[in-house]
Design a protein around this ligand. Structure first.
Ligand code: SF4
Length: 290
């Protein structure tokens, strides 16, 4: 069957050969473990049970997790094995369960959740580059959307991810996510039970893009949608785009942060010491799996 799960719409028959994402039909996973470093409403004090799927449909040149997003490292899982892993994560006392870049596996993830539906908020952690059709398959299943919002101009989308349509596609996708979840709902510990939380990673030399994206959030998304402003950019993955070979400066960060404050957007500002390779999880080792 031709795959049209993501906006690449490459139409590959993945039972015969991989598509743009490099993935066949089988679920591939690089890490299943509690993860403490997401935003407080996702990780809380005990962490989110994070499932890092291998592969990515966006594949930004600067990806901080290139071993899994570009090189598809990971181990095969059946829906039953994924379902069993979700139970083990839940038994560890995590607050939420996170599916990270799961788009190429949506039908199989839904199979796993039909075998056992966890009693925790389910989080869809995504590059934001999603089709509305695929998101509609997740409606009523996913409780919390955690999309990135990365590039505003077609030029940046093309340079950074060979996706000049990134903003057109992602802005429509995030509006669909907000439609599905409504306004954020939190429990007594501040864990998000339902809602959409938009992430933005500041890129060196691209702060004008950041300002335009934040203004779009204020103008186009429902009031109260939180934004997580991330400053963790580290040159990774042998990035070839000129200018992306450095960290962001304090001045660049302040410019974007001040704009977010001026817009009165609710959300989170990342700590300065987060731009460290120690925060990149270990993938595809025996200890990477609960
Ligand atoms: S998920 Fe992969 S195979 Fe399917 S349309 Fe996207 S890139 Fe192509």
């Amino acid at each position: 069957m031709k795959c049209t799960l993501c906006p690449r719409q490459c139409g590959a028959d993945r039972s015969l050969q991989p598509g743009f994402c490099g993935l066949g039909e089988e679920i591939l996973i690089a890490r299943i473990a509690p993860h403490l470093w997401e935003e407080p409403p996702i990780s809380g004090s005990h962490g989110t049970g994070a499932v890092f799927f291998s592969g990515c449909t966006l594949r930004c040149v600067y990806c901080q997790n290139g071993d899994i997003s570009h090189r598809n490292e990971g181990r095969p899982f059946t829906p039953r094995e994924l379902s069993d892993a979700l139970k083990r994560l839940t038994d560890l006392g995590v607050h939420t369960l996170s599916f990270i870049t799961g788009t190429p596996f949506v039908p199989r993830i839904l199979e796993a959740l039909e075998l056992w539906h966890p009693p925790l908020p389910l989080v869809w952690n995504t590059s934001g580059y999603e089709t509305v059709d695929t998101l509609r398959r997740l409606e009523g299943v996913i409780d919390v959307y955690l999309p990135d919002l990365k590039h505003f101009s077609a030029r940046a989308g093309r340079l950074c991810a060979a996706a000049p349509d990134y903003f057109a596609v992602t802005s429509a996708a995030i509006k669909e996510m907000c439609r599905q979840t409504g306004a954020p709902v939190y429990d007594e510990n501040g864990i998000m039970l339902r809602g959409t939380l938009v992430r933005h990673l500041i890129l060196p030399g691209f702060t004008s893009e950041s300002l335009r994206l934040l203004t779009w959030v204020r103008d186009e998304l429902p009031a109260g949608v939180p934004v997580s402003l991330m400053r963790q950019y580290i040159p990774c993955n042998d990035v070839s785009v000129p200018g992306l070979d450095r960290r962001i400066t304090e001045k660049e960060y302040s410019r974007v942060r001040d704009h977010m404050i001026a817009l009165d957007l609710p959300g989170f500002l990342q700590e300065p010491d987060s731009a460290d390779r120690d925060f990149i999880p270990l993938f595809n080792r025996d200890e990477s799996f609960v």
